[in-house]
Ligand binder design. Structure first.
Ligand SMILES: Cc1ncc(C[n+]2csc(CCOP(=O)(O)OP(=O)(O)O)c2C)c(N)n1
Length: 652
């Protein structure tokens, strides 16, 4: 760690630095960020790009008296390091360590726990207005990226802010990139502002003029008005923001820390909403990342010198399996199209976008629009595959109900990262979709046990015409690449609402959904050694349930366990309970295994799953505990690898 950085305990220490030292600090921060992220992995490009802005913000403002709201919160590394978390930063994204995003439980300097895009202007405005209502002081700064600002929510917030006229500084951190290059007409508008040659000639003069505005309110306002009106009249940059009620300043060099300090100081004196357009470069200071900003948006651990990524696994992923199956579906049926909301690569659609550029739509960070757009396509007879992460589709819930389901339209929702996602943590875990989809009238909900079944299901949803359908699949390697005995079982052909019986057994029934089928099967195999005969049903569909098969297999069992990688309230297990409650005859006792009614922290996915009882070993324990059976000591490498003894069970 650099000598300056090792002296920084809090933002107060930043304020004591000279301008030259501020620059040195940005260099030391970048080196430290690279040192940690290269070992721990995580978001990188935007974090390196935001270092100078972060230093300038902490020089000019005093958090938490002033509030700085970072959008998404994937670029707050320098902010964390400067706000008392310098040493803790070494535990970045580690289990039990620091989160990879803004996190209000970590520090009073983080006003919100974030991870989803385009919320900062709304929440920042709320704080600004809340402070006015309760007669409290403190400036509010909301920072947002050029891809997020096109989200409906950001525009809604700006529209409101321009109307309310409360003091609010919105900083557009424009690096011309989303994860991939920013898409859409608006990005063209921003680009024209940045690249307008005549404006650029003037830019330095404008910056200098703003810097030298004196510290007095009225004169400052007049001068600022004069400057920005002059600029506006000459070149009209940022006119749109002006018309929305903001005072627009920019574009400003986001890597000139000295210039940023002066401009931030001066705009902080202006009353009402201010819009500061700052231009940064993703990956700034790390040439390898600057050269390929898409790849370096986030990374697994890598060699600092070479940029060589240390691959954690070479296994085929569900994302790949979906991408290939979507391509096949599109080849078969010319009406099949794919939609992504700024996650082309993440949803496995890169190849699709190249092969079928006219049938691929990246709507930007605009999940609500993406879903309503899919509704329109379906109404026009097209078969849209709306490939959106489970967590981000939460935002489009009304469109799912109002624009798709109520119209009985056959939109196929393809939900990647459904379940626990690991190191990204609670903002990104896709735990709610079974519940939020299952309750929608006319919705079909299904999930595969492995990559082979995902291929079957993708083909199925692409041809499903009876209303909307939701296909969820987890993050990570396909289950058939594990050592599980199920790998040798090719999935049976798929039929709407039909489950797949995988194992017979008279004592216990596991009804598992999606990613929980393999662990349930392994638990059942292991239970045989304990003298428990467990049947396993791969539910395939959470809606419609295969009621006939479930009731038949449940009959006479000592215990039924449902297993899902989704939230228990309203989830798959709840559907089975509802089915049992409708029966006139006595049903066996049921245990629902799933994600409890709380937010789950970040960590390794398999460790997190085990911690909430969703591993084969924990499922086995649950059966033994419930049935009051002592576990037989196991040797060898059975499910979960954990050796259970009666003592260890009793001590639990
Ligand atoms: C609602 C939502 N959709 C998608 C994402 C995934 N995502 C994370 S960062 C990002 C790009 C953000 O780009 P921008 O706002 O320009 O900020 P930058 O990363 O360039 O700083 C996307 C699409 C998200 N976090 N939230």
């Amino acid at each position: 760690m650099g000598p300056l950085l090792s002296r920084i305990q809090s933002p107060d220490d930043v304020k004591k630095l000279s301008h030259k030292e501020l620059e040195e600090l940005t260099t030391e921060l970048r080196a430290y960020i690279l040192e940690v992220v290269s070992v721990n992995g995580g978001h990188l490009g935007a974090a390196l790009g935001a270092v100078d802005l972060t230093v300038a913000l902490h020089y000019c403002f005093t958090t938490p008296v002033d509030t700085v709201v970072w959008d998404v919160g994937h670029q707050v590394h320098a902010h964390k390091i400067l706000t008392g978390r310098r040493e803790a930063f070494k535990t970045f994204r580690q289990p039990g360590g620091m989160s990879g995003f803004s996190n209000k439980d970590e520090s009073e300097h983080d006003p919100f726990t974030t991870g989803h895009a385009a919320t900062s202007i709304s929440t920042g405005l709320g704080i600004a207005v809340g402070r006015r209502v309760s007669s409290e002081g403190g400036k509010v700064v909301a920072i947002i990226g050029d891809a997020s600002i096109v989200s409906g929510m950001a525009f809604e917030a700006m529209n409101h802010a321009g109307h309310l006229k409360d003091d609010l500084i919105v900083i557009l951190n424009d690096n011309e990139m989303s994860i991939s290059p920013t898409v859409g007409a608006f990005s063209g508008y921003l680009n024209r502002i940045i690249s307008n040659p005549s404006y650029n000639r003037m830019r330095k003069n404008v910056e200098n003029a703003i810097r030298h505005i004196p510290k007095v309110g009225e004169r400052m306002v007049k001068k600022a008005k004069k400057i920005d009106e002059g600029v506006k009249n000459l070149f009209m940059p940022g006119l749109l923001f002006e018309e929305m009620g903001f005072r627009y300043f920019g574009p400003i060099d986001g890597h000139d820390v000295h210039g940023l300090v002066q401009i931030l100081h001066n705009v902080s004196l202006i009353k009402g909403p201010v819009f500061l357009h700052v231009v940064t470069k993703k990956g700034r200071g790390y040439k390898i990342a600057e050269g390929d900003p898409q790849k370096w948006h986030a990374s697994t651990p890598f060699e600092l010198e070479t940029g060589c990524v240390r691959k954690t696994s070479s296994s085929r992923t569900y994302t790949q399996a979906f991408g290939e199956a979507a391509l096949e579906a599109a080849e078969k049926n010319p009406k099949v199209v794919a939609i992504t909301a700024a996650m082309c690569d993440g949803t496995g659609l890169l190849e699709f976008s190249k092969r079928f550029p006219d049938r691929f739509f990246d709507v930007g960070i605009a999940e609500e629009h993406g879903v309503a757009f899919a509704a329109g396509l379906a109404e026009a007879g097209i078969r849209p595959l709306a490939a959106i992460y489970s967590t981000f589709l939460q935002r489009a819930h009304d469109q799912i109900i109002h624009d798709v389901a109520l119209q009985r339209l056959p939109v196929a929702f393809c939900l990647d990262r459904a379940g626990l996602v690991g190191e990204d943590g609670p903002t990104h875990h896709g735990t709610f979709d079974i519940a939020y989809m299952r309750k929608v009238p006319g919705m079909t909900v299904l999930s595969p046990r492995d990559g082979r079944e995902l291929a079957l299901m993708t083909a199925f949803v692409a041809e499903h015409t009876a209303g909307p359908i939701s296909l969820r699949y987890p993050r990570g390697p396909v289950a058939e690449e594990s050592a599980s005995p199920l790998r040798d079982r090719t999935p049976e052909p798929l039929r709407l609402g039909a489950a797949e019986t995988l194992r017979a057994g008279k004592d216990v029934l596991f009804i598992a959904f999606g990613s929980m089928v393999y662990p349930a099967f392994e638990a059942a195999e292991a239970l045989a050694a304990d003298g428990v005969e467990a049947a396993v049903l791969n539910a395939r569909f959470a809606k419609p349930l295969d009621e006939e098969t479930i009731l038949r297999l449940a009959d006479g069992k000592k215990l039924v366990l449902t297993a899902e990688e989704g939230s228990l309230p309203g989830g798959f297990g709840a559907a089975v309970l509802e089915l049992f409650a409708r029966q006139d005859t006595a049903m066996p006792p049921v245990k629902n295994l799933g994600i409890p009614d709380r937010f789950i922290e970040h960590g390794k996915r398999d460790v997190l799953l085990d911690s909430i009882g969703l591993s084969a070993a924990k499922m086995r324990q649950e059966v033994l505990r419930t049935l009051g059976i002592s576990a037989r000591p196991r040797n060898g490498n059975g499910s979960g690898g954990e050796k259970l003894t009666s003592e260890s069970l009793r001590s639990r």
